[in-house]
Design a protein around this ligand. Structure first.
Ligand code: EPS
Length: 345
């Protein structure tokens, strides 16, 4: 099926820049640059972020598709420059004559893409895998997602996200003390979060084919965020605990319209939005770049060693929830364009 709102991104963690091409936006959409940059700032924040976030102050440059603050209907190109590139120019050079093994590494980080990526792409220097597998690329995804959000906002759709749990902590104070403890131990922490979208029309997605089910599309979009290990809708993860008579959201009439007292379905039934809030929950595993290095194998001489560490975040769950919001916004923007096609607004 031809999707309507599509995008591609490019860029390495310590390369010159991250970039994206967005296709499928109608013309006339107001592009609020301040909003996009405030979303980028949200992604950089959250208790437990590491050194890189003190180097970067992500902001986007729009290089095509927008004139005088409004989309033209042509592809929109976004660029975020990596400030840290200044320190990596030689190491990340595209020129053959600059080749160096400075910053190369060969000890796989368990939990990261290093092992499978190096086998798949036949790379000896694991830097060649790290650079694109790094969660750094989620910065440009958040920029794309904020453009998608501007489209959704035009249709009166709103969103929010919340952290549910980090380690054993369920309140903000507890999150902070859990993160402090992990940091002191050279360890990392994952967590559980929730993203909601409100005021969606009934019928986004479809029951007619497996690849048109909205929950399937959203699950793919959220599951593929680095470090996400589970995605569920509404009370989905607890659905095995109660009988159908208690799980399903009974209907009643309010002002002649279908209404519900509960939203265990998380706003999706039969692969389609049902008019209730879309509630997506996800679990992020602890970041696998650990100061307290894990046991691993060195691929250069096949000996046992400890994993590579450069620097890392202790906890990036808050950032992950911002990325999830952005990814879901892209899926929903696509569904809106499929359901309500328009060349201009
Ligand atoms: C990140 C940028 C990365 C890491 C982090 C997230 O930058 P650097 O590698 O230069 O510190 O801080 O990514 C990871 C720890 C990881 O394992 O992918 C970012 O921009 O969010």
């Amino acid at each position: 099926m031809l999707e309507k709102f599509r995008f591609l991104t490019a860029g390495e963690s310590h390369g010159k820049c991250l970039m994206a091409i967005i296709e499928g936006l109608p013309s006339g959409l107001e592009i609020d640059l301040e909003f996009i940059n405030s979303e980028l700032k949200r992604r950089q924040q959250g208790y437990g972020r590491g050194g890189r976030m003190r180097i970067e102050s992500d902001c986007v440059e729009i290089t095509s598709g927008v004139r005088f603050g409004k989309t033209l209907g042509s592809p929109v190109t976004l660029v975020i420059y990596n400030k840290d590139f200044e320190n990596w120019q030689k190491i990340m050079s595209s020129r053959a004559e600059d080749e160096t093994d400075e910053k190369s590494f060969t000890a796989y980080r368990p939990g990261h893409a290093d092992y499978a990526g190096s086998v798949k792409y036949n790379q000896k220097d694991l830097r060649n895998i790290l650079e694109r597998s790094s969660a750094r690329k989620t910065a440009i995804e958040v920029a794309v997602g904020s453009v998608a959000k501007l489209l959704l906002k035009h249709y009166g759709i709103s969103w929010s996200s919340d952290i549910i749990q980090i380690g054993d902590g369920k309140t903000e104070e507890e999150f902070h003390s859990e993160i402090d403890k992990a940091k002191e131990a050279g360890d990392t922490l994952g967590g559980k979060f929730q993203v909601c979208f409100n005021n969606l029309p009934v019928g986004l997605g479809s029951h007619v084919h497996w690849d048109r089910a909205l929950d399937g599309k959203i699950a793919q979009a959220v599951m593929s965020i680095p470090a996400v290990k589970s995605v569920s809708f509404g009370s989905g993860e607890d659905a095995y605990k109660i009988p159908g008579s208690q799980f399903h959201d009974e209907m009643f009439l309010k002002d002649g319209k279908v209404n519900r007292k509960t939203n265990n379905a998380g706003g999706v039934e039969g692969g389609m939005t049902n008019g209730e809030a879309l509630v997506v929950k996800a679990v992020m595993k602890p970041i696998p770049t650990l100061k307290k290095s894990l046991n691993t194998v060195d691929s250069s001489n096949m000996t046992e060693t400890t994993a590579h560490f450069e620097r890392s975040d202790t906890c990036a769950v808050e950032a992950c929830s911002v990325v999830a919001e952005a990814r879901i916004a892209c899926v929903l923007a696509n569904e809106m364009m499929l359901n309500f096609p328009c060349d201009y607004i």
